[in-house]
Design a protein around this ligand. Structure first.
Ligand code: NAD
Length: 296
């Protein structure tokens, strides 16, 4: 195997430690950063995510406010909870765990969150600010990917970058961040022609597709830095479930210069960036200096 493995677990832990230090500094100034997480329903994966977000928040010395609502909660009740959280000075970040039950309009719920507390960075105002180069809260997963790229490459200026996937949560904000870093950016998607050829152009390849091991080693430009956002559950040879990315790791690692593993790559950075965004939101809310390097 030629590629360096980009260790998201170690980098995520280092980022969390840094956030904890900065949170202690804010607490000493009388501000305990607080994150409210809202979970509607009992979706098992969402419950696991919410529990791990709570644990990480408390470990970083921040306040965690958890709101679990029944699956049948109506829009008015959910929106009134969000209005209360918007008005609560102890809450600096608000995250509504997605997906929401089908009867609730996720876009309307996200847009009810005060953009200054929108630590997921999904509000249209934050998306627009990112796209127009203004101060924003940036979605956690692409922010984490950017930090991994910076760690490996330093400057991204002029690099040929390809993002596969155009979701509002990962692909589009990732492309915006790369553009902000002066990379030359291509966004590929399910209708792109000759995806292997597009990927082969990339010095930086970010895969956010949701298709197990779609991207093979012979799609990778030699020496490229490959960030694999995908989390796909597949059956292993012995029938047990295992997680794989959107990139076929073994063949890609023969060709790439550096690559993130799944698990242990992008995932741990995502949660660390959620804490970083909460800290940033708390500092901004109180007019305190923002810790450097946490907003990408
Ligand atoms: P999504 O389904 O919203 O978007 C997938 C994108 O991939 C779409 O834009 C689509 O055009 C594109 N696509 C689908 N099939 C394709 C194909 N055959 N060829 C080229 N493009 C294709 O997914 P998402 O929310 O952006 O998530 C993508 C993946 O990242 C999923 O596996 C998800 O589980 C994972 N994810 C991981 C984290 C993390 O923290 N590691 C966070 C968010 C998402």
């Amino acid at each position: 195997m030629a590629a360096e493995i980009i260790d998201g677990r170690a980098l995520g832990a280092a980022l969390r430690a840094r956030v904890a230090d900065e949170a202690a500094r804010l607490a000493a100034a009388g501000v305990v950063p607080g994150l409210a997480v809202v979970l509607v329903g009992e979706e098992p994966a969402s419950r696991v995510y919410v529990a791990s977000k709570r644990r990480a928040t408390l470990e970083a010395g921040m306040a965690s406010f958890e709101h679990r609502l029944p699956a049948g909660t109506d829009a008015a009740d959910l929106l009134s909870l969000i209005a209360r959280l918007n008005a609560d000075p102890a809450v600096h970040g608000i995250l509504v765990q997605l997906p929401l039950p089908a009867h609730l309009d996720a876009a309307a719920v996200i847009h009810a969150i005060d953009p200054a507390k929108d630590v997921d960075g999904f509000h249209i105002s934050n998306a627009g600010r990112l796209a127009t180069g203004q101060m924003a809260l940036v979605p956690c997963t692409p922010l984490g990917c950017l930090m991994l790229l910076r760690h490996r490459l330093g400057s991204l200026a002029g690099a040929e970058a390809v993002v596969v996937g155009r979701s509002n949560i990962v692909g589009k904000p990732m492309a915006q961040l790369l553009l902000r870093e002066d990379a030359t950016v291509t966004i590929a998607h399910s209708r792109s022609r000759d995806l292997p050829a597009v990927c082969r152009r990339a010095e930086i390849l970010v895969a956010a597709v949701g298709r197990a091991e779609l991207i093979r080693g012979d799609w990778i430009r030699p020496g490229a830095t490959v960030i694999d956002v995908g989390i796909n559950r597949v059956a292993g040879a012995d029938g047990t479930a295992r997680l794989v990315g959107d990139v076929h790791f073994a063949s890609a690692a023969e060709v790439a210069g550096a690559i993130t593993p799944v698990p242990g790559g992008v995932g741990p950075m995502t949660i660390a960036c959620l804490l970083a965004n909460t800290l940033t939101a708390a500092a901004r809310a109180h007019g305190l200096p923002e810790p450097e390097g946490l907003t990408g």
